[in-house]
Design a protein around this ligand. Structure first.
Ligand code: RIB
Length: 299
């Protein structure tokens, strides 16, 4: 069982289903409203845990009802939450999500996620020492992400970075990333080359970037610089929220596989995750993922 350390956001997702996205200035009536556990960090932690990894999450919530509910939920998912700090001054992060025909638009109010500081990571140094792989995203302060990368490097532990939401990243941070997992839109932004074509960018970083393109699958350059594609798996999509997080959680859970196999497992996990409403509801267990892949092998 791989030991995965996730450092990232914990949100309550406030989700309204609609039949169309509102235009700026427009008010529309939605359908059902529901709350779901979310946040890219928490989602990736849950995905890795369901797939059999031993997961520790470092994060921050407020001293409020959402924070208590989310930490209890993470515990029920088998995640070690001893390094989730309760901040007395900030409120728990929330995400306002509109879901329309399986697609989503999301606005995050980071709240306590932005109180997660490098000191919180130093206080949890034992978790870095114990981890086989460290996984991070960008819904927490960049200084904290940089500290996470430095601590992972100090321990010689692979550092996976899902650069979402995208911002330009420093060379020193990029140098410490073992595998970067942007989508097509994020790739140029994080590398500071928004106008370059993605194939060229992948070729310049062989085996260091695994780029996703929604329902089309994932791409990477192999050691010879040849760009390779893992096709997505066709499923009936209900809600794509959290598909990228499931993909990243699977990468961490199955870390140690070669990159083509890793991409196949991550794409399959991501596909299964969109078959239920909410970011985490559809995330597969290891047994469900294996059954799905076996069926695909036979067909
Ligand atoms: O990636 C999906 C997640 O983004 C949601 O759960 C929401 O909380 C935002 O963080």
């Amino acid at each position: 069982m791989s030991k995965v350390l996730v450092i990232g956001s914990i949100n309550m997702d406030l989700v309204v289903e609609t039949s169309q996205f509102p235009a700026p200035g427009e008010t529309i009536l939605g359908r059902q409203f529901r709350t779901f556990p979310g946040g890219k960090g928490a989602n990736q932690a849950v995905a890795a845990s369901r797939l059999g990894a031993q997961v520790t999450l470092i994060g921050c919530v407020g001293n409020d009802a959402f924070g208590r509910e989310l930490v209890a939920h993470l515990g029920r998912e088998g995640i070690d939450t001893r390094h989730v700090r309760i901040d007395e001054r900030a409120s728990t992060g929330v995400a306002a999500i509109t879901v329309c025909q399986a697609e989503n638009s999301i606005v995050v109010a980071p709240g306590a996620n932005h109180a997660l500081a490098p000191d919180d990571l130093h206080a949890a140094h034992a978790a870095f020492a114990a981890a086989d792989v460290v996984l991070c995203q960008l819904e927490i302060p960049l200084a904290t992400v940089e500290a996470a990368a430095a601590l992972a490097a100090d321990h010689g532990t692979p550092f996976l970075l899902n650069p979402a939401p995208a911002v330009p990243l420093s060379e020193s941070l990029l140098d410490r990333v073992t595998l970067l997992t942007p989508n097509e839109h994020e790739l140029g932004i994080v590398l500071g080359k928004p106008d370059d074509d993605w194939i060229g960018l992948l070729r310049r970083h062989p085996q260091r970037i695994l780029m996703t393109r929604g329902a089309e699958g994932a791409w990477f350059a192999d050691s010879s610089g040849q760009v390779r594609h893992q096709a997505a798996f066709a499923v009936e999509a209900i809600d794509t929220t959290g598909a990228g997080d499931t993909f990243n959680g699977a990468l961490a859970a199955f870390w140690g596989m070669d990159l083509p196999d890793l991409a196949r497992h991550a794409c399959a996990a991501g596909a299964l995750s969109v078959t239920k409403a909410g970011a985490q509801s559809g995330m597969p267990t290891k047994a469900e993922l294996e059954e799905f892949l076996n069926k695909k092998n036979r067909s």
